[in-house]
Ligand binder design. Structure first.
Ligand SMILES: NC(=O)c1ccc[n+]([C@@H]2O[C@H](COP(=O)([O-])OP(=O)(O)OC[C@H]3O[C@@H](n4cnc5c(N)ncnc54)[C@H](OP(=O)(O)O)[C@@H]3O)[C@@H](O)[C@H]2O)c1
Length: 266
């Protein structure tokens, strides 16, 4: 009989950082249960070629039903690692965003993420072991003018992650927060931010970010900011007044800021 490989759940694994996190898991001996809200056929094919057994669930993780469907697919197996990564942004001014879209960001990034961690974390605590990696963001350190709700959700997630880690310190479960900066994924297209400075400037590769996050999770670190430039940005943000950070964010994320950025560099 084939030896049992540990099982990892990766959400948001159809593209970007989540797909690369799943690849790291596969390359490092995990079997996978992956989830996203669009079909995962390509991801399953690519990850299976790394030697992992891969199951995919197409589920709307902003809803309790979607999270329940993902948990049902675990079928009682022990989950060794939970990589709660699914999330999305939302550009434009708050009053110009649709409230349905606003709710979807909060329900995906916060409520669905917490519901999943609550369910899987409870089983991990019963077993006395497990690794949880949560994708937060350095966006959580700055008030995100023209992406206000998203940055707020990431401030919540960063904070929640550190608190949960502390609560679980004697349980055998480690909680790690991966905090990427701008990363080259479908994030900015999906958030309607392709005409912004941050949406158009050079970004880190998702594969690099995932490698850093996976290693931090395996090492049981509390958190990791991906990349040297982002580490500097995060450190500077910690000592910069919030009003200044909001103004800086406006320059990166205001619709049309890509044009100002390009013309100022001519
Ligand atoms: N890119 C950046 O600059 C950046 C920076 C810091 C943090 N992050 C965080 O990194 C994480 C991954 O984002 P990414 O940059 O890799 O973007 P991405 O390429 O758009 O990937 C997002 C993933 O999350 C899934 N997803 C989003 N909403 C979902 C929902 N309601 N239900 C189920 N699946 C959902 C997407 O599934 P579908 O493709 O099926 O829709 C996709 O697999 C997010 O939490 C994001 O906030 C990104």
């Amino acid at each position: 009989m084939a030896a049992t490989r540990p099982l990892a759940i990766v959400t948001g694994a159809s593209s970007g950082i989540g797909f690369e996190l799943a690849r790291e898991c596969a390359e490092n001996g995990f079997d996978l249960l992956i989830a996203a809200d669009r079909p995962l056929t390509n991801a399953v094919r690519d990850l299976t070629s790394q030697g992992a057994r891969v199951e995919a669930i197409q589920a709307e993780l902003a809803t309790p039903e979607g999270v329940d469907a993902l948990c049902a697919a675990v079928k009682g197996r022990p989950v060794d690692a939970l990589l709660a990564n699914a999330g999305h942004g939302l550009g434009n001014g708050f009053l110009d965003q649709s409230f349905d879209e606003i709710t979807h960001v909060i329900d995906t990034n916060i409520t669905g993420t917490l519901y999943l961690i609550h369910k899987v974390g409870t089983d991990m605590r019963t077993r006395g072991s497990g690794r949880i990696l949560i994708t937060g963001s350095i966006a959580g350190f700055m008030p995100g003018a023209f992406q206000a709700v998203y940055n707020g959700t990431k401030a919540f997630i960063d904070s929640f992650s550190w608190a949960l880690r502390n609560e679980l310190r004697d349980t055998g479960i480690t909680v790690t927060c991966l905090m990427p900066g701008a990363t080259d994924t479908e994030f900015f297209a999906r958030a309607d931010m392709l005409d912004t400075k941050v949406g158009t400037e050079k970004k880190m590769e998702a594969s690099q970010v995932a490698k850093i996050g996976f290693k931090a999770m395996m090492d049981g670190e509390a958190d990791v900011v991906a990349g040297f430039r982002n580490k500097i940005q995060a450190a500077v943000a910690a000592v910069t007044p919030s009003t200044v950070l909001a103004e800086q964010h406006r320059r990166m994320a205001e619709p049309g800021s890509a044009k100002h950025h390009r013309s100022s560099h001519r």
